[in-house]
Design a protein around this ligand. Sequence first.
Ligand code: SF4
Length: 364
Amino acid sequence: MKSDAYIFLKPWGKISRRNWQDWRWQFKNSIQSLPQLAEALDKPIHSLGKYQAVIARYHFRISPYYLSLIDVRDELDPIRRQCFPNVKEILYSLGGVIDPLKEKERMPVWGLIHRYSDRCLAMATNVCATYCRHCNRKNMWRVDPSMFSESRLKAVIEYVSRAQNIREVIVSGGDPLTMNEQLLDWFLGSLRSIPHVEVLRIGSRMPVVLPMRISRRICDILRKHRPVWFNTQFNHPREITEASTKACEMLLDAGIPVSNQSVFLKGINDNYETMRALLHGLQCISVRPYYLFQCDPVAGADHFRADVPSCLRIMRKLQDSTSGLCVPQYVLDTPGGKGKVSLLGLTDKEIIEGIYEHFFDKTM
Ligand code: SF4
Protein backbone atom coordinates (compact mmCIF):
# COMPACT_ATOMS: atom_id res chain seq x y z
CA MET A 1 0.00 0.00 0.00
CA LYS A 2 2.85 2.39 0.80
CA SER A 3 5.58 3.82 -1.37
CA ASP A 4 8.18 6.34 -0.25
CA ALA A 5 6.30 9.36 -1.52
CA TYR A 6 2.68 8.20 -1.55
CA ILE A 7 0.11 6.29 0.39
CA PHE A 8 -2.53 4.44 -1.57
CA LEU A 9 -5.91 4.17 0.07
CA LYS A 10 -9.39 3.84 -1.35
CA PRO A 11 -11.42 5.94 -2.08
CA TRP A 12 -8.72 8.62 -2.42
CA GLY A 13 -6.18 6.63 -4.44
CA LYS A 14 -2.65 8.05 -4.36
CA ILE A 15 -2.16 10.44 -1.45
CA SER A 16 1.07 12.36 -1.08
CA ARG A 17 2.84 11.96 2.26
CA ARG A 18 2.59 15.70 2.70
CA ASN A 19 -1.20 15.60 2.43
CA TRP A 20 -1.37 12.53 4.63
CA GLN A 21 0.47 14.34 7.43
CA ASP A 22 -1.71 17.43 7.08
CA TRP A 23 -4.62 17.30 9.54
CA ARG A 24 -6.60 19.77 7.43
CA TRP A 25 -6.36 17.46 4.42
CA GLN A 26 -7.38 14.56 6.63
CA PHE A 27 -10.35 16.44 8.06
CA LYS A 28 -11.53 17.76 4.70
CA ASN A 29 -11.26 14.35 3.07
CA SER A 30 -13.00 12.40 5.82
CA ILE A 31 -15.56 9.86 4.68
CA GLN A 32 -19.00 11.32 5.30
CA SER A 33 -21.20 9.66 2.69
CA LEU A 34 -22.29 6.16 1.73
CA PRO A 35 -20.90 6.39 -1.85
CA GLN A 36 -17.45 7.14 -0.39
CA LEU A 37 -17.83 4.30 2.09
CA ALA A 38 -18.90 1.93 -0.70
CA GLU A 39 -15.75 2.83 -2.63
CA ALA A 40 -13.58 2.29 0.43
CA LEU A 41 -15.16 -1.13 0.93
CA ASP A 42 -15.15 -1.96 -2.78
CA LYS A 43 -18.85 -2.71 -2.58
CA PRO A 44 -21.81 -1.62 -4.71
CA ILE A 45 -23.59 1.39 -3.23
CA HIS A 46 -26.95 -0.43 -3.07
CA SER A 47 -25.45 -2.93 -0.61
CA LEU A 48 -25.08 -0.07 1.92
CA GLY A 49 -28.63 1.25 1.50
CA LYS A 50 -29.59 -0.14 4.90
CA TYR A 51 -27.30 2.45 6.53
CA GLN A 52 -29.09 5.45 5.05
CA ALA A 53 -31.52 5.74 7.95
CA VAL A 54 -28.67 5.34 10.44
CA ILE A 55 -26.58 8.20 9.09
CA ALA A 56 -29.70 10.35 8.72
CA ARG A 57 -30.18 9.95 12.48
CA TYR A 58 -26.54 9.98 13.62
CA HIS A 59 -23.63 11.83 11.99
CA PHE A 60 -21.04 9.79 10.22
CA ARG A 61 -17.40 10.72 9.67
CA ILE A 62 -14.22 8.65 9.46
CA SER A 63 -10.81 10.23 8.96
CA PRO A 64 -8.61 8.69 6.24
CA TYR A 65 -6.03 7.88 8.93
CA TYR A 66 -8.52 5.95 11.10
CA LEU A 67 -9.85 4.15 8.03
CA SER A 68 -6.29 3.06 7.19
CA LEU A 69 -6.16 1.11 10.46
CA ILE A 70 -9.12 -1.05 9.44
CA ASP A 71 -9.13 -4.36 7.62
CA VAL A 72 -12.16 -3.39 5.53
CA ARG A 73 -12.80 -7.01 4.48
CA ASP A 74 -13.39 -8.00 8.10
CA GLU A 75 -16.87 -6.98 9.32
CA LEU A 76 -15.80 -7.73 12.89
CA ASP A 77 -12.68 -5.60 12.75
CA PRO A 78 -12.54 -3.86 16.17
CA ILE A 79 -11.74 -0.46 14.71
CA ARG A 80 -14.30 -0.76 11.92
CA ARG A 81 -16.98 -1.50 14.50
CA GLN A 82 -16.16 1.68 16.41
CA CYS A 83 -16.76 3.95 13.42
CA PHE A 84 -18.93 2.21 10.77
CA PRO A 85 -22.69 2.75 10.97
CA ASN A 86 -24.72 -0.19 12.23
CA VAL A 87 -28.49 -0.64 11.86
CA LYS A 88 -28.63 -1.59 15.53
CA GLU A 89 -28.12 2.11 16.31
CA ILE A 90 -31.69 2.84 15.29
CA LEU A 91 -33.33 -0.23 16.81
CA TYR A 92 -34.79 1.48 19.84
CA SER A 93 -36.24 -1.81 21.02
CA LEU A 94 -32.70 -2.61 22.15
CA GLY A 95 -33.04 -0.12 24.99
CA GLY A 96 -31.06 2.89 26.07
CA VAL A 97 -32.11 6.49 26.61
CA ILE A 98 -31.25 9.79 24.94
CA ASP A 99 -29.49 11.36 27.94
CA PRO A 100 -28.62 8.54 30.39
CA LEU A 101 -26.53 10.74 32.69
CA LYS A 102 -29.20 13.48 32.72
CA GLU A 103 -26.57 15.98 31.60
CA LYS A 104 -29.19 18.44 30.34
CA GLU A 105 -30.66 18.69 33.83
CA ARG A 106 -27.26 19.69 35.15
CA MET A 107 -26.64 22.51 32.70
CA PRO A 108 -26.98 25.87 34.47
CA VAL A 109 -26.04 27.40 31.11
CA TRP A 110 -26.13 25.67 27.77
CA GLY A 111 -23.09 23.42 27.24
CA LEU A 112 -21.83 23.57 30.82
CA ILE A 113 -22.42 20.45 32.93
CA HIS A 114 -21.95 21.08 36.63
CA ARG A 115 -22.38 17.77 38.42
CA TYR A 116 -19.58 17.82 41.01
CA SER A 117 -19.04 20.88 43.17
CA ASP A 118 -15.36 21.58 42.46
CA ARG A 119 -15.30 20.84 38.73
CA CYS A 120 -17.43 21.16 35.64
CA LEU A 121 -17.43 20.06 32.03
CA ALA A 122 -17.69 22.51 29.15
CA MET A 123 -18.95 21.15 25.85
CA ALA A 124 -17.08 23.48 23.53
CA THR A 125 -18.26 21.95 20.24
CA ASN A 126 -20.20 18.94 18.98
CA VAL A 127 -17.91 18.27 16.01
CA CYS A 128 -15.58 15.26 15.98
CA ALA A 129 -12.90 14.07 13.55
CA THR A 130 -14.45 10.60 13.60
CA TYR A 131 -17.84 9.89 15.14
CA CYS A 132 -17.53 6.91 17.49
CA ARG A 133 -20.67 4.83 17.27
CA HIS A 134 -20.55 4.07 21.02
CA CYS A 135 -20.35 7.75 22.04
CA ASN A 136 -22.47 8.64 25.07
CA ARG A 137 -23.16 12.08 23.56
CA LYS A 138 -24.16 10.78 20.13
CA ASN A 139 -27.55 12.39 20.58
CA MET A 140 -25.81 15.81 20.62
CA TRP A 141 -24.22 15.40 17.20
CA ARG A 142 -27.14 16.99 15.37
CA VAL A 143 -27.47 20.00 17.65
CA ASP A 144 -27.11 23.22 15.63
CA PRO A 145 -23.41 24.27 15.67
CA SER A 146 -24.49 27.83 16.54
CA MET A 147 -25.21 26.46 20.01
CA PHE A 148 -21.40 26.40 20.45
CA SER A 149 -20.71 29.92 19.18
CA GLU A 150 -18.38 32.40 20.88
CA SER A 151 -21.31 34.09 22.62
CA ARG A 152 -22.43 30.75 24.08
CA LEU A 153 -18.88 30.08 25.23
CA LYS A 154 -18.85 33.53 26.85
CA ALA A 155 -21.87 32.48 28.92
CA VAL A 156 -19.93 29.41 30.05
CA ILE A 157 -16.96 31.59 31.07
CA GLU A 158 -19.27 33.94 32.97
CA TYR A 159 -20.87 31.05 34.86
CA VAL A 160 -17.47 29.60 35.82
CA SER A 161 -16.21 32.99 36.98
CA ARG A 162 -19.25 33.32 39.29
CA ALA A 163 -19.00 29.75 40.66
CA GLN A 164 -16.09 30.18 43.05
CA ASN A 165 -16.03 26.53 44.07
CA ILE A 166 -15.00 25.39 40.58
CA ARG A 167 -11.25 24.74 40.50
CA GLU A 168 -11.09 22.45 37.46
CA VAL A 169 -12.75 22.77 34.05
CA ILE A 170 -12.91 19.85 31.65
CA VAL A 171 -13.06 21.12 28.08
CA SER A 172 -14.72 18.46 26.01
CA GLY A 173 -17.34 18.06 23.30
CA GLY A 174 -17.52 16.73 20.69
CA ASP A 175 -13.79 17.10 20.28
CA PRO A 176 -12.41 20.52 21.28
CA LEU A 177 -9.42 20.07 18.98
CA THR A 178 -11.77 20.41 15.99
CA MET A 179 -12.29 24.04 17.06
CA ASN A 180 -10.74 26.98 15.32
CA GLU A 181 -7.30 27.40 16.98
CA GLN A 182 -7.82 31.09 17.83
CA LEU A 183 -11.17 30.34 19.44
CA LEU A 184 -9.72 27.43 21.40
CA ASP A 185 -6.81 29.58 22.57
CA TRP A 186 -9.18 32.36 23.63
CA PHE A 187 -11.52 29.95 25.43
CA LEU A 188 -8.74 28.20 27.35
CA GLY A 189 -7.07 31.53 28.16
CA SER A 190 -10.34 33.03 29.41
CA LEU A 191 -10.96 30.06 31.68
CA ARG A 192 -7.37 30.09 33.01
CA SER A 193 -7.59 33.81 33.76
CA ILE A 194 -10.37 33.12 36.30
CA PRO A 195 -8.53 33.21 39.64
CA HIS A 196 -10.23 30.15 41.18
CA VAL A 197 -9.73 27.94 38.08
CA GLU A 198 -6.53 26.07 38.91
CA VAL A 199 -6.53 23.31 36.30
CA LEU A 200 -7.84 22.63 32.81
CA ARG A 201 -8.49 19.22 31.39
CA ILE A 202 -8.93 18.46 27.68
CA GLY A 203 -11.03 15.51 26.51
CA SER A 204 -10.02 14.66 22.95
CA ARG A 205 -9.79 11.54 20.82
CA MET A 206 -7.49 13.21 18.28
CA PRO A 207 -4.35 11.20 19.18
CA VAL A 208 -6.34 8.07 18.28
CA VAL A 209 -8.47 9.06 15.29
CA LEU A 210 -6.48 11.93 13.73
CA PRO A 211 -3.05 12.11 15.39
CA MET A 212 -1.80 14.65 12.81
CA ARG A 213 -3.97 17.20 14.65
CA ILE A 214 -1.49 17.21 17.52
CA SER A 215 0.62 19.84 15.80
CA ARG A 216 3.28 22.10 17.23
CA ARG A 217 0.75 24.92 17.24
CA ILE A 218 -1.75 22.90 19.30
CA CYS A 219 1.01 21.91 21.74
CA ASP A 220 2.02 25.57 22.07
CA ILE A 221 -1.57 26.59 22.84
CA LEU A 222 -1.96 23.87 25.47
CA ARG A 223 1.46 24.59 26.97
CA LYS A 224 0.54 28.27 27.31
CA HIS A 225 -2.44 27.45 29.51
CA ARG A 226 -0.85 24.86 31.78
CA PRO A 227 -1.58 23.11 34.05
CA VAL A 228 -3.50 21.27 31.37
CA TRP A 229 -4.23 17.54 31.63
CA PHE A 230 -5.10 15.63 28.49
CA ASN A 231 -7.48 12.69 28.45
CA THR A 232 -7.85 10.60 25.34
CA GLN A 233 -9.59 7.34 24.45
CA PHE A 234 -7.68 4.35 23.10
CA ASN A 235 -9.99 1.32 23.10
CA HIS A 236 -7.94 -1.27 21.25
CA PRO A 237 -4.21 -2.08 21.06
CA ARG A 238 -4.24 -1.68 17.27
CA GLU A 239 -4.96 2.01 17.78
CA ILE A 240 -1.46 2.38 19.23
CA THR A 241 0.52 3.18 16.10
CA GLU A 242 3.64 5.11 15.21
CA ALA A 243 1.47 8.18 14.50
CA SER A 244 -0.59 8.00 17.71
CA THR A 245 2.57 7.38 19.73
CA LYS A 246 4.17 10.47 18.19
CA ALA A 247 1.07 12.56 18.99
CA CYS A 248 1.19 11.51 22.64
CA GLU A 249 4.95 12.13 22.80
CA MET A 250 4.47 15.66 21.46
CA LEU A 251 1.91 16.39 24.19
CA LEU A 252 4.16 14.89 26.85
CA ASP A 253 7.14 16.90 25.57
CA ALA A 254 5.01 20.04 25.90
CA GLY A 255 4.52 19.24 29.58
CA ILE A 256 0.96 17.96 29.15
CA PRO A 257 0.31 14.69 31.04
CA VAL A 258 -1.72 12.26 28.91
CA SER A 259 -4.19 9.79 30.42
CA ASN A 260 -6.56 7.33 28.82
CA GLN A 261 -10.25 6.70 29.38
CA SER A 262 -11.35 3.53 27.59
CA VAL A 263 -14.79 2.05 27.33
CA PHE A 264 -15.46 -1.68 27.65
CA LEU A 265 -16.99 -2.43 24.24
CA LYS A 266 -18.71 -5.70 23.48
CA GLY A 267 -16.86 -7.75 20.87
CA ILE A 268 -14.10 -5.12 20.64
CA ASN A 269 -12.09 -5.18 23.83
CA ASP A 270 -14.12 -7.19 26.36
CA ASN A 271 -11.60 -9.98 26.69
CA TYR A 272 -8.55 -10.35 28.91
CA GLU A 273 -5.90 -10.63 26.17
CA THR A 274 -7.04 -7.54 24.27
CA MET A 275 -7.46 -5.41 27.36
CA ARG A 276 -4.09 -6.52 28.72
CA ALA A 277 -2.37 -5.69 25.41
CA LEU A 278 -4.09 -2.29 25.35
CA LEU A 279 -3.09 -1.38 28.90
CA HIS A 280 0.49 -2.58 28.46
CA GLY A 281 0.71 -0.73 25.15
CA LEU A 282 -0.45 2.48 26.81
CA GLN A 283 2.12 2.12 29.57
CA CYS A 284 4.84 1.67 26.92
CA ILE A 285 3.91 4.99 25.30
CA SER A 286 3.76 6.74 28.71
CA VAL A 287 -0.02 7.19 28.65
CA ARG A 288 -1.57 6.47 32.05
CA PRO A 289 -4.66 4.21 31.96
CA TYR A 290 -7.00 6.32 34.10
CA TYR A 291 -10.60 5.12 33.70
CA LEU A 292 -12.22 2.12 32.09
CA PHE A 293 -15.93 2.83 31.72
CA GLN A 294 -18.84 0.51 31.46
CA CYS A 295 -20.63 1.65 28.30
CA ASP A 296 -23.46 4.03 29.21
CA PRO A 297 -27.03 2.98 28.42
CA VAL A 298 -27.35 5.58 25.69
CA ALA A 299 -29.86 5.15 22.87
CA GLY A 300 -28.09 4.01 19.73
CA ALA A 301 -25.17 2.32 21.50
CA ASP A 302 -26.84 -0.50 23.37
CA HIS A 303 -25.20 -3.16 21.22
CA PHE A 304 -21.79 -2.09 22.58
CA ARG A 305 -22.60 -2.80 26.21
CA ALA A 306 -20.54 -5.65 27.60
CA ASP A 307 -21.91 -7.43 30.67
CA VAL A 308 -20.60 -6.39 34.07
CA PRO A 309 -19.73 -9.84 35.53
CA SER A 310 -17.49 -10.76 32.55
CA CYS A 311 -15.77 -7.36 32.63
CA LEU A 312 -15.25 -7.66 36.38
CA ARG A 313 -13.57 -11.03 35.90
CA ILE A 314 -11.23 -9.46 33.35
CA MET A 315 -10.41 -6.57 35.68
CA ARG A 316 -9.75 -8.84 38.65
CA LYS A 317 -7.46 -11.00 36.57
CA LEU A 318 -5.60 -7.90 35.42
CA GLN A 319 -5.32 -6.62 38.95
CA ASP A 320 -3.78 -9.93 40.02
CA SER A 321 -1.45 -10.30 37.09
CA THR A 322 0.04 -6.96 36.16
CA SER A 323 1.49 -3.74 37.47
CA GLY A 324 -0.90 -1.38 39.25
CA LEU A 325 0.33 1.37 36.95
CA CYS A 326 -1.44 -0.40 34.07
CA VAL A 327 -4.77 -0.98 35.79
CA PRO A 328 -7.32 1.81 35.39
CA GLN A 329 -10.27 2.45 37.68
CA TYR A 330 -13.16 0.38 36.36
CA VAL A 331 -16.25 2.53 36.81
CA LEU A 332 -19.86 2.92 35.91
CA ASP A 333 -21.35 6.37 35.45
CA THR A 334 -24.60 5.66 37.22
CA PRO A 335 -27.73 6.27 35.17
CA GLY A 336 -29.48 9.45 36.22
CA GLY A 337 -26.20 11.29 36.73
CA LYS A 338 -25.57 10.20 40.30
CA GLY A 339 -21.82 10.00 39.71
CA LYS A 340 -19.23 7.29 39.18
CA VAL A 341 -19.20 4.02 41.08
CA SER A 342 -16.12 1.83 41.22
CA LEU A 343 -17.25 -1.60 40.06
CA LEU A 344 -14.14 -3.32 41.39
CA GLY A 345 -15.47 -2.34 44.81
CA LEU A 346 -18.40 -4.76 44.46
CA THR A 347 -18.08 -8.08 46.27
CA ASP A 348 -18.66 -11.48 44.67
CA LYS A 349 -21.78 -11.82 46.80
CA GLU A 350 -23.17 -8.59 45.42
CA ILE A 351 -22.42 -9.73 41.90
CA ILE A 352 -24.00 -13.15 42.44
CA GLU A 353 -27.10 -11.65 43.96
CA GLY A 354 -27.24 -9.12 41.14
CA ILE A 355 -27.29 -6.12 43.46
CA TYR A 356 -25.74 -3.97 40.76
CA GLU A 357 -28.80 -4.73 38.64
CA HIS A 358 -31.04 -3.61 41.45
CA PHE A 359 -29.14 -0.35 41.97
CA PHE A 360 -28.28 0.59 38.44
CA ASP A 361 -30.25 -0.97 35.64
CA LYS A 362 -31.37 -4.48 34.89
CA THR A 363 -29.73 -4.41 31.47
CA MET A 364 -26.27 -3.28 32.66
S1 SF4 B 1 -14.48 11.68 19.77
FE1 SF4 B 1 -15.44 11.63 21.80
S2 SF4 B 1 -17.20 13.02 21.66
FE2 SF4 B 1 -16.55 12.52 19.56
S3 SF4 B 1 -17.79 10.79 18.96
FE3 SF4 B 1 -15.89 9.96 19.78
S4 SF4 B 1 -16.35 9.58 21.96
FE4 SF4 B 1 -17.93 10.97 21.18
